[in-house]
Design a protein. Structure first.
Length: 129
């Protein structure tokens, strides 16, 4: 099942990067847990709408925000994604580039949990991967 899980995550990113926020949210379970507490001001939420709010609040702090997926690693029911985001802060005007990691738990064809981390080693240790 793990290859299919990577495909679910890849398709979600394809929709998101293509500007289809609703299409991207369709890949998340109705009770998805979004844990960005290690990355975004302690933000956590449950459900697609709270997930969308967390992501929107973060992305909207930037001008010209962009994200590049470096790799996706298959870990059975979890998919580890290493990405780099960049942009210019709206308030500061400072160019920012940061690398981070997201671990997605997938059940069936839905993402049930999304947890953001810093470097991949942090995610690997915390998740026991």
């Amino acid at each position: 099942m793990s290859r299919e899980n990577v495909e679910v995550v890849r398709r979600m990113y394809e929709a998101f990067h293509g500007g289809d926020a609703q299409g991207a949210l369709a890949f998340f379970d109705a009770d998805v847990v979004a844990d960005a507490s290690r990355r975004i001001d302690g933000a956590t939420g449950r459900g697609p709408q709270e997930l969308a709010t967390i992501i929107a609040q973060w992305v909207q702090t930037f001008e010209e925000w962009r994200e590049e997926i470096e790799e996706m690693r298959d870990h059975s029911d979890r998919v580890l994604v290493v990405a780099t985001q960049a942009g210019r802060g709206k308030a500061s005007g400072v160019e920012v580039e940061t690398r981070y990691t997201v671990v997605y738990e997938v059940r069936g064809d839905k993402i049930t949990r999304m947890t953001l981390y810093g470097e991949p080693a942090e995610a690997v240790e915390a998740e026991g991967l």
